[in-house]
Design a binder for this molecule. Structure first.
Ligand code: KIV
Length: 299
């Protein structure tokens, strides 16, 4: 089994381990770097799998709300929920960089509370934090960076703004909106972001943003011309199959395989073939005999 695992250090094109913020910051495709890979994980087994596959970054995303906790949007998770999941991922001690996602209303507060919330994720084991939004987030980004906490930006379709945006809608389709995104990206870079997620924008606009920045971009639903790509683990593994956005490529059918396996277990229990002798503990002959003396089973 373990022979089929990719050793992190040998994954083709991956950053050297352990992955650090300065390494990520320097990884622009335009300067010859390979596109970086980020996946979400929310617990220790997920982090171990992602790390064994050789990803560069593990995002403990607020998508945990939807793909793990059963909510309809990401607005329901708190900083304490996120710290709980960051800590679970950190206990796996991955070599990939751990990015802790700041949830809604954790950085829409005072600068002091914002830094405290970012520090909560760092103390839980993240090496940097991510937050959503354009230039209006600059003061909070500066405050967090000033506390020596690296910040990853997130622009375009920002799910925490779903009500303001009128749903999950592709952003930057008109030229003015596209220019605004470029200006937002530059403002975030200037404020100190070391990298930026671009979500749900036309690929030409993502390319414009990528070309206008010195820091790398990581796309999701933003085409191929970013400096890296991110997917939600439950989407790419086919664990979450209710929503299938256009940008998701499914690499496995873990839900289907899991249902088959659980149904096979149920059939074996109901048919009496589980557990087998080899799956049970047995007394030695002497123990069984001694127990029979006291009226116990002698089998
Ligand atoms: O929470 C998340 O999973 C994210 C990604 C979609 C980038 O923010």
């Amino acid at each position: 089994m373990s022979g089929s695992l990719i050793h992190p250090a040998s994954a083709e094109g991956s950053l050297s381990r352990p992955v650090t913020v300065p390494q990520v910051r320097a990884a622009k495709v335009s300067t010859g770097a390979a596109p970086m890979v980020m996946v979400t994980a929310y617990d220790a087994p997920g982090a171990r799998m992602a790390d064994a596959a050789g990803v560069d970054m593990i995002l403990v995303g607020d998508s945990v709300a939807m793909v793990v906790l059963g909510y309809d949007d990401t607005l329901q998770v708190t900083i304490d929920d996120m710290a709980h999941h960051v800590a679970a991922v950190a206990r796996a001690k991955p070599q990939a960089l751990i990015v802790g996602d700041l949830p809604w209303m954790s950085y829409h507060v005072s600068a002091g509370d914002t830094v405290k919330n970012a520090a909560t994720l760092i103390r839980a084991g993240a090496q940097c934090v991510k937050l959503e939004g354009g230039r209006k987030r600059v003061p909070m980004i500066e405050a967090i960076v000033d506390a020596e906490i690296p910040v990853m930006g997130h622009i375009g379709l920002t799910p925490q703004s779903m009500h303001a945006m009128g749903g999950f809608r592709v952003q930057g389709r008109e030229s003015e909106a596209a220019q605004r995104l470029v200006a937002d990206a530059k403002a975030l870079q200037h404020a100190g972001c070391f990298a930026m997620v671009i979500e749900g924008v036309p690929d030409q606009v993502a390319a414009m943003i990528t070309d206008s920045l010195d820091v790398p971009t990581i796309g999701i639903g933003a085409g191929a011309r970013c400096d890296g790509q991110v997917l939600v683990m439950h989407d790419l593994l086919g664990i979450e199959d209710r929503i299938a956005p256009k940008f998701v490529r499914r690499y496995a059918d873990v839900r289907g395989t899991s249902i088959e396996a659980i149904a096979a277990f149920a059939a074996d229990v109901r048919g009496g073939s589980f557990p087998a002798e080899t799956e049970s503990y047995h007394l030695t002959a002497e123990q069984a005999e001694a127990m029979a003396l006291y009226g116990g089973p002698a089998r």
